[in-house]
Design a protein around this ligand. Structure first.
Ligand SMILES: [Zn+2]
Length: 313
């Protein structure tokens, strides 16, 4: 199903008009679960009307592989992390037709797919879901923008919603596809489905996609099998509903970084707890809170994040 030529994983057009839902996976080439989830999702959508004749979909979905070459090579990226390159600088380079590095070429390809789809469909509204997994185990979560609808969708996905993450990063898909794209309103969210290699991460990514489709009203709630939702509800029941990032540890040189083994997402940590070694020195937590995305990859520059619960959102 995966068209390696242009990285379109699948497309599905409903019987009635509605929003364009763009789902990206494998922005990081070492994260195959989202790609597998989309391959299965498009198969499920093809058979659903046969087993459930009342099923109807509103609008169109397109699934796009983020980094085709890194995915083939099973590495996070080739030249640069693509999820830090969705910037004006990259757009200027594409526009001016200057020499692009590998990930900039992938961005050019992704935008040409999206632009062709918009040209064809002329949607009044676009939604984007960017599927990821983490190098640490435990704790699924959504990363929302500061847009209220993005936060609401995150809660509907039934995974903890992480706020304020984008302030510490730059050039992510969520920064770029924020509020409007080509003058069309767009709402974006990212989903982190668990550990890269855990087979359950595929199921959780499928569940996140189905929950976003229900949340934005492109499928009817009665068409959604409860088992999908249960996958996420079971996994997030012990986790806080909404958290905000209060700290990020930046890693300049990944070769000097060593996270203490065994930390998981949403593990409770306390101030001064020993978390990692950097260049032979102890790295300790400056705060009490929950640990997020402790870095066990051999590529990357975010050592870990600390988040705290936001009450009543
Ligand atoms: Zn990722």
């Amino acid at each position: 199903m995966l068209d390696k030529q242009n990285g379109v994983i699948g497309k599905y057009k409903g019987s009635t008009s509605g929003p364009l839902l763009i789902i990206t996976a494998g922005m990081h080439g070492n994260e195959p679960a989202g790609v597998r989830a989309l391959e299965l999702l498009f198969k499920m959508l093809e058979v659903e009307p046969i087993t459930n004749p009342s099923f109807s979909y509103r609008g169109e979905i397109i699934g796009i592989l983020g980094n085709t070459l890194a995915f083939d090579q099973k590495v996070r990226y080739i030249d640069q992390d693509i999820n830090r390159l969705w910037t004006k600088n990259t757009m200027d380079k594409i526009h001016n037709d200057v020499l692009l590095n590998h990930e900039e070429q992938e961005i050019k390809r992704i935008l040409s797919i999206i632009d062709a789809e918009i040209e064809n469909l002329k949607p009044e509204k676009i939604y984007m879901l960017d599927l990821h997994t983490t190098s640490s185990a435990g704790g699924i979560f959504c990363i929302a923008t500061d847009n209220e609808e993005s936060i609401a969708i995150g809660h509907d996905i039934h995974a903890p919603v992480v706020l304020n993450l984008l302030g510490d990063l730059g050039g992510t898909t969520l920064h770029f596809f924020h509020d409007t794209y080509r003058e069309i309103p767009i709402t974006s969210i990212a989903f982190e489905g668990g550990h890269h290699e855990n087979p359950m991460s595929v199921n959780r990514c499928i569940a996140a996609v189905i929950n976003i489709m229900r949340s934005i009203g492109t499928i009817l709630p009665e068409d959604v099998a409860n088992r999908h939702d249960q996958v996420l509800l079971d996994h997030s029941k012990e986790l806080p509903k909404t958290v905000e990032v209060i700290y990020k540890y930046h890693v300049d040189d990944i070769s000097l970084w060593e996270m203490i083994p065994g930390f998981t997402n949403f593990e409770k940590i306390h101030k001064n707890q020993h978390l990692a070694e950097y260049d032979g020195s102890r790295v300790v937590s400056p705060f009490d809170g929950y640990l997020l995305m402790p870095l066990y990859n051999s590529q990357g520059e975010d050592g870990f994040f600390i988040v705290q619960e936001v009450p009543d959102m």
